[in-house]
Design a protein around this ligand. Sequence first.
Ligand code: PLP
Ligand code: ZN
Length: 401
Amino acid sequence: MCPPLVCFRCGEYYGDETRVRCACGEPLWFDTPSTDFTWADCSDVESIWRYEELLPIEQPNGVARAAGRTPLVRSYGLDGAAGCRVYVKDESENPTGAYKDRGSAVAVPHAIEAGTDVIGTISYGNMAISTAAHATSLDRECIVLVPEETPSARLELIAQYEPTIVQVSGDYGALYADGLSLSDSLPISILVSDAPARISGYKTVVFEIYESLAPDTPDAIVLPTSSGGFASGIWRGLRDLVTLGLLEELPRLYLVQTATADPITQAFEMGATDITALTADETGETIAHSLGNPDPPSGARALAAVRETNGAVVSVTDAEIQTAQRQFAVTGGFCVEPAAATPLAGLTQLSERGVIASDESAVIVPTGTGFKEATGDASISTERTSRADLPSLLDSLLAAH
Ligand SMILES: *Cc1c(COP(=O)(O)O)cnc(C)c1O
Ligand SMILES: [Zn+2]
């Protein structure tokens, strides 16, 4: 049973399940379904559809069946860098290597059920890759709107699923608002970060964390934040669990932004409830290309989640991100993209400030794999030898250990 859409801010309900925004301007999300769900009711399905009863649609076909059920790993190796007990919720193990698949797995079939034949999205990153994969797996057309100057390495990752890719010139940031009206006037469903059914998909990450850790619960959950969609999904999941009587004490939510474009951090520090969009000269370049939305559509909702859970929003520099990415690989064994390394960088900062204690547990969510990232321009140091000289080289290498 599909619950109604509701606004987190003004509490207004909407019966039209294709609506995206409240009359007040905030994005909508699906309310907690009215069921008496308990953990015993999880199906034995190894994907997000384990929690089908709590999702707005029934399990579809396609690659949606491969989304979620990612490992939650106690990573002792990362404790030192983080300054507390670290669990890694490894979202790189989704079909397209990022948490976005949880959202696409629900939003794409939800739009099709509502009568759309063509799916669209506005992205040249993980959102584009994921949406294209889910649409084609249900035999639907997908149109991906990318900026004019998109590097071919990025286009190649999207193009493997054979969507129609349209390079759009002009103000790419402003296209986001156009997406809503284009979906209303044309037979296409443009699914961007705050599509309500996406948020429903994202919330399953919380169900998985609590189901795997039970009877323990984490003190904190730390994740990167750009548009605020994923943070909203996590908050939705927590609220569902509270409403269902399955969670008493909320974890503190810590959101991490790139210092080059951090409107949510700025609002948090000023004690504001609304986000002030950053202008072009208030933002900069970052290696964390999946982050840095200057006008986050779900920003106010993400900020409300932080306040409600006694968490915080912090910003990290590219240097901190690089260090964290290296720590993820070298001490954890995880290959993460720069954006996905930010929760570790943020956690390091939070424990240095004494906000997280060394005996506390934090779930960090690396949101996307680093395996898409190779640029081919890194200088790598190696040993060289011939086959004949290999034994003596190995002998001296091993003697050094
Ligand atoms: C999209 C994305 C984010 C940001 O998520 P929002 O929902 O926009 O806040 C973070 N990390 C990765 C890897 C992403 O692809
Ligand atoms: Zn509202």
